[in-house]
Each structure stands twice: as C-alpha cells, then as structure tokens.
Design a protein around this ligand. Structure first.
Ligand code: CAA
Length: 257
C-alpha cells in the first residue's frame, strides 16, 4: 500500500509530504491522521526545530476528499468530530510549520496551508475556497483565517465566487510570505526552515506564541503577553549566549535551552 504521508528528517528540519498524487492530494482521514502523527513525532523530537509541510508540483492539496465525505450526515460528522479531531493538530503544534505550496491549494488544502505559520508559494500555486460549488462552505477555518490573512473583500470574493487566486495575487494580499520559482521551492523553503531551526528553539516557540496572540487579543493584552514573554526570555540560556556572542563578535552556539 502506498504511504499517504511521507516524512524525512533533514538536519533539524522535519519534512512532511502529502503523497496521494492520483487524487490531487485530497485529504481523507488517513492522510490527515498521517499528518497529525508526523507532527506528534516531530514535536516530541528535541532535535527538530522547524517543520515543513508540502505536497507535489501539481497540488499541495485539492481539498477535503469529496468522495469520502459526500454521504456524511450531521450525527456522524458531530460524533467523529470531523476536522477538529485531527486537522487541528497543525494548529496546536508549538514548533513553527512552513507550508511549501505548489499547484492547487483548494478548500481544505488552502485551509491546511493557512493553519501553518508561514506559506511559501511556488509561482505555480493557486489558492481558493471553492466549497460553494459543492453546495457547502469552508469547514476547516477558511471563513475565519482567510479574512484575517487577506481582508474581508478578497475573502468574500474567493469564498462566494469560488475563483482561484494565483501566487502573485496571494503575495500581494498577504496570504503568502514569499513567491518562489517552482523549481526552487523546496530548496528555498528548506533553507529558511534550517535558518529557523538553527535559532534557539524555546525562543522560536516564544515568538510563534506571541505573534499568534496578536490574533487572539486586544493590542494591550497582546503587548502585555509579549512583554511578559520577553522578560521570561532572560531566563533562557541561549539569550545569554546570543548576546555574549554579539558583544564578543563571534557566532553564537545555541543549545536550545
Ligand atoms: N476530493 C476527492 N478527489 C479529488 C479532489 C477532492 N477534493 N480533487 C481532485 N480529486 C481527484 C479527481 O476526482 C480526479 O480523480 P480521478 O482521476 O479518479 O477522476 C483526480 O483527483 C485528478 O483531478 P482532475 O481530473 O479533476 O484534475 P484537473 O487538473 O482537471 O483539476 C482541480 C484539478 C481543479 C483541483 C479539480 O480536481 C478540482 O476542482 N478538485 C476539487 C476542488 C474542491 O472542490 N475542493 C474543495 C473540497 S471540499 C472541502 O475542502 C471542505 C472543507 O473545507 C474541509
């Protein structure tokens, strides 16, 4: 049987690849369970400092598997906690996750990319929330994360018309951090991931937690959270090393503690 989710460790980077090319990487339970298990493993591994989630050159993921869910009824979806149960593992990981997107990121595929901390898009990437065409709506966070990323106007446009947005538009709108020529997508993404993974892991986690607070609180509450975390960072051994190294004009050696 083909493995639907492949993992690889590259230095301090954990790479997760969705591997269902015959179905445009459509996300069924096995795929999403596989991604959640990979995250569990990388989260538990002290030697991993950053995670990359990717698909193939045609599709990051073309959405939730339509055939898999078409006959669901409310009670089944509710009792099995569809989506919340396993998709949201991406939301709860404390290590940074970069989505490397080439080709289609549609419906649940776009929503999965948006659950990551950063999206790097190949120039071939296409983003969209076309669920309305199927007689349903985005159900893995699209109606909430897309407006936060690109504003109400474009979010309404994508969700209500089902049109796709290309990489250039997605970068202009603030959905993606970088647009990269398709053939260099993995190289550049892994380079950035190695850079992040080279920094002090507890500090990386503190930054992720603090930036995410910006979406969960008022400015004053967010600033207070940041200040408390910043003060707490003086207890991190790597802070002493990082500042000492700067003053001594040498490269810091971080120990991730
Ligand atoms: N679920 C299940 N199978 C899918 C799929 C999906 N979301 N997307 C693509 N596939 C399958 C196709 O059925 C096809 O399978 P067969 O070869 O067995 O027929 C195979 O992948 C290749 O797809 P196409 O032949 O359609 O390829 P294409 O290049 O002509 O088109 C596409 C590509 C534009 C991505 C098109 O496949 C498409 O529109 N897919 C559906 C996109 C979509 O509606 N996504 C939203 C899903 S609902 C959702 O995600 C809900 C949520 O919020 C959680």
């Amino acid at each position: 049987m083909t493995q639907l989710v492949l993992t690889e460790t590259l230095g301090r980077v954990g790479l997760i690849r969705i591997n269902r090319p015959e179905a445009m990487n459509a996300l069924n339970n096995d795929v999403v369970d596989g991604i959640a298990a990979a995250i569990d493993a990388f989260e538990a591994d002290e030697n991993i400092g950053c995670i990359v989630l990717t698909g193939n050159e045609k599709a990051f993921a073309a959405g939730a598997d339509i055939g898999f869910m078409k006959d669901f009824d409310y009670m089944h979806a509710y009792k099995t906690d569809f989506i919340t149960r396993n998709w949201e593992r991406l939301k709860t990981t404390r290590k940074p996750v970069i989505a490397a997107v080439a080709g289609f990121a549609l419906g649940g595929g776009c929503e999965m990319a948006m659950m990551c901390d950063l999206i790097f898009a190949a120039d071939s990437a296409k983003f969209g929330q076309p669920e309305i065409r199927l007689g349903t709506l985005p159900g893995a966070g699209g109606t909430q994360r897309l407006p936060r990323a690109v504003g109400k106007a474009k979010a309404m446009d994508l969700c209500l018309t089902a049109r796709m947005m290309d990489a250039a538009e997605a970068e202009k709108a603030g959905l993606v951090a970088r647009v990269i020529p398709a053939e260099q997508l993995m190289e550049e993404t892994l380079k950035a991931a190695q850079t992040i993974a080279g920094y002090s892991l507890p500090v990386v986690m503190m930054i992720k937690e603090s930036v995410n607070r910006a979406f969960e609180s008022s400015l004053n509450e967010g600033l207070l959270f940041e200040r408390r975390v910043f003060h707490a960072a003086f207890t991190v051994e790597d802070q002493k090393e990082g500042m000492a190294a700067f003053v001594e004009k040498r490269k810091p050696v971080f120990k991730h503690r």
